[in-house]
Design a protein around this ligand. Sequence first.
Ligand code: FES
Length: 153
Amino acid sequence: MEPDIKKQLDSVLSDYEGDLSELIPILQSAQERFGYLPEEVMAGIARFLKLAPSVVYGVGTFYAQFKLNPTGRRSIKVCRGTACHVRGADRILQEIERKLNIKPGGTTEDREYSLETIACFGSCALAPVMVVDKTVYGRMTPPRVAETLADSN
Ligand code: FES
């Protein structure tokens, strides 16, 4: 483990006692610190909790909130719920994929954007919806994708 990563992980772990019930909160804190859960960090957490690395890895992959790969500075989510689907969410998604050259679950090479799809964002009246960081953009059209990405900067 790189010394800097170890130092940061030690600082995260210093808030905990090493109890098994702390696994999820520790993973959350580590993700907050590192932006995602690098393999070596999960191994360090496993040592701290005296668990097999596969157990920590299993929990990390089970919960959607945990990211095992580096994410971009900006997050783009495209809703694929029923209302958005009916109103053309697939075309919005394709336009984003084409513009940024990534697929859902991916991150651009410059680590600027990560792309995900979500089930329903609860803003169905604005369908189709995309969310950049925490801002909801409704009634999206493919031509508005580039505009929205530029505006959200
Ligand atoms: S289906 Fe997209 S916001 Fe509800």
